[in-house]
Design a protein around this ligand. Structure first.
Ligand SMILES: [Zn+2]
Length: 234
């Protein structure tokens, strides 16, 4: 007999198996994982499936419901509106009006003056604003739409959105510098308690210019649905 080391390893415990040439049928099962792996690789490499990092979305992804990045909104019925200024010029939906007045007095108690600059706007008013200012500045519509909504597409139509200023710093009204005011700092800290939120933060997915002064009320199911359903469609 041979010393154990001379016996080929494969023969030590079991008889050698006949070596079969791979037949198409025998190897067919391999196709399943190959297809699965290829499919997974394709899915993973497709840009659409690449997971979005914490970076803000750079480009707005809008559908046919939007117009130049803005979403359509219904006009609040006149009987739902309530004034939030003594002269009655600025009106909001009564739910938003009550919340705003409560927020305004809470701020005043802490020495901060919140001034309502603009609330409800009709389609007609928005039309004058959109086309009037655009013509004045000689802007193209797409350019104008970054800072103002086309008529029918403004959150101001709903009566739930308003532009807020700082009574102690009127020079910052409707300007990005509003973010340096005590009013803005206060709003950032406290507005959520009164169910107000910033509509157009920096790098918003709608591609609208940053508007630190524009806040909307989302404290009722009606207002919440209005804004979040509109968004979900986009
Ligand atoms: Zn506004």
């Amino acid at each position: 007999m041979y010393p154990i080391d001379e016996i080929p390893e494969a023969r030590r415990q079991s008889p050698p198996r006949p070596h079969l040439a791979p037949s198409p049928r025998r190897w067919a099962w391999l196709g399943i994982p190959v297809v699965a792996v290829a499919g997974a690789a394709w899915w993973w490499l497709t840009p659409a499936s690449t997971p979005v990092a914490s970076e803000p979305k750079p480009a707005p992804t809008m559908t046919s419901v939007d117009l130049l990045g803005h979403l359509p909104y219904p006009e609040a019925p006149a009987q739902d509106l309530q004034a939030v200024t003594a002269d009655g010029r600025v009106k909001l939906h009564r739910d938003a009006a009550q919340a705003f007045l409560a927020m305004q007095s809470a701020a005043r108690a802490e020495g901060v003056i919140l001034v309502p600059l603009s609330g409800f706007r009709s389609r007609q008013q928005q039309e004058e604003l959109f086309y009037g200012v655009k013509a004045e500045r000689g802007q193209q519509v797409a350019e104008r739409a970054k800072v103002s909504a086309p008529p029918g597409y403004s959150e101001h139509h709903t009566g739930y959105a308003l532009d807020v200023g700082d009574g102690q710093q009127p020079g910052t009204h409707l300007h990005e510098s509003f973010e340096q005011t005590a009013a803005f700092a206060w709003l950032q800290k406290r507005a959520a308690q009164f169910h107000f939120e910033l509509s157009f933060p920096r790098h918003n997915p709608q591609g609208i210019s940053y508007e630190p002064w524009h806040w909307r009320f989302v404290g009722t199911p009606a207002s919440l649905e209005l804004f979040y359903r509109a968004r979900a469609r986009s």
